[in-house]
Design a protein around this ligand. Sequence first.
Ligand code: ADP
Length: 616
Amino acid sequence: MLTQAEERLRLLTDVSSLLASSLDHHITLQDIAHLLVPTQADYCRIALVDEQQQIKEVTVNHIDPEKNDLVRALYEQYKDLPNTTYGLPKLLNTGKAELISDVSENVLEMYRENPELLAVLQALGLKSYMGVPMLAHGKTVGAIVLSSIQSGRHYEEDDLLFAQEIAQRIALALDNARLYEEAQAEIAERKQIEQHLRFLSEAGKLLASSLDYQTTLKNVARLAVPHIADWCSVDMKVEHHIEQLAVAHVDPKKVQWAEELRRSNPPDPQSSYGLPNVLRTGCSEFYADISDDLLVAVSHNEEELMLVRKIGFTSTMIVPLLVQGKAIGAITFVSAESGRHFSSTDLSMAEELASQAAMAIDNAWLYQQAQQAVHLRDEFIATASHELKTPITSLKLYTQILRKQLTKLGEEGMVRAVLKMDAQVTKLTSLIADLLDVSRMELGKLTFQEEAFDLNEVIKEKVEHVQATTAQHQIRIEGTCMQLVWGDAERIGQVMTNLLTNAVKYSPDADEVLVSVSSEQERVVVRVQDFGIGMEQAHLPHIFDRFYRVNDPAEKTYPGLGIGLHIVHEIVTRHEGTMSVVSEKGKGSIFGFSLPYAPAQRKNSASPLDKENAII
Ligand code: ADP
């Protein structure tokens, strides 16, 4: 026979090992209630309270299992009694233990006012009673109530102390379980936030990677499943209807099915909930928990209800794509087979994604508009320069006829005037030719007539030509090209003319322009150096851009369109050559270009004839 002390020690050990064995207090409390009955009581109740001190759970065990309902009814009777003077609610209110060693008729007398409660107490045959609060860190987390009936046990002070010891252990274990749960929840939340951030960063990269926003949004939808949602779809408002741009699910068959479903059941734009509503109001819709009642409420007909039930929605969120405050589309996230329920953190993530996506769409639209404007401008330049060509050609012809006639008539003064006119017409012709070249370049229609040619000849001719336009500058050539060059001689001549004209134009106070030609192993390098106004370094990276001009308000303005160097760069690059520029403000500039004797493309198909053509 165990002594009472030994029995209690064993019970304490059993309770402790039970508490240590599981973090699931539901199971543990049930087991403890079984340990306490019948060793310590004929029936017991273990109650837990929530943060607001409301009873959230009562575990009951009666020596006679059939009476468990009666014990539960006891609490139900106590529950709504104001200022209860006995029992579980009082314990939880005061946080103080209570002991009624002998539940006499006098005690029961107190319940005369409440015949139902009295009936329950009498039915239970309560003889002795004690209740102890479970306290963790000064807070009541619940209570244990032990009652005696047929055993004839009468609780005394030492029984109460023992019950307090048990309550203390349970309270600590519960508190540990709570802390553990909180830590777990925190870890889960952190993991979820990390996953969201990773997703947002991946989606952000995708959105920034292309201006083709339709493909990008399809990829974003694909990226969202299955980690963020089981289904993800992107819809856009197109005039008066809603167009599904993308729908993603891990199972391609389901995607196909969803697409068919959308075709046969398009959303009603007037609907006051779901996608149409989000598109109309620009506000997100969020259903953390989708009940069957909701499905019934939102389905238009039996068939639709069957379909939505088949999908098995558990949670959904629809977030608008807002551009300048207006919803241009929406992203829908649906949780189904995973059984997940979206949280407010998920909603924030979805809204952040939608705002990134909307920005990408807006950028793509702006870019498209800019492209269209550029295209229109290019078309205009092409048409205008083409239209200008014919009248200018006849103007040129007539100035020549006029000059001949006036020379014959000996009108020298008039001849000089006509010559000036002719020079201006020539300038105009070359401007129009440049404009035509630029528009051809944009359309990829700049053609080349390639052959092996003598670069020295071309340089000499162009130097003479430009020299004739300036009396102030002396243009000198140093060095020669030692081999024939493969390419379009006329276009390379155009490069030379442009660089020489600029050198003269941008060195109004200088008297010299130097052209140096150096033959290297595989290529020739030509440099045109002037001693003119030069440029700040900041301009150099842009100098070959279309329409780029250096505008220094302090400088006098030079006429030009900012396309000459752009054409030069294109011609040289198309010959597999490179451009270089060195310049110093106030000191002058050196523009250089290199040309391979034979571009790689040509080398691959070189014929013996090319070698014969070489100078050395
Ligand atoms: P344009 O001379 O018609 O303006 P370009 O494309 O030939 O156009 O040149 C672009 C800009 O580069 C010019 O506006 C000018 O500011 C600068 N630039 C070109 N060549 C020189 C040069 N030799 N010295 C100084 N600046 C130059």
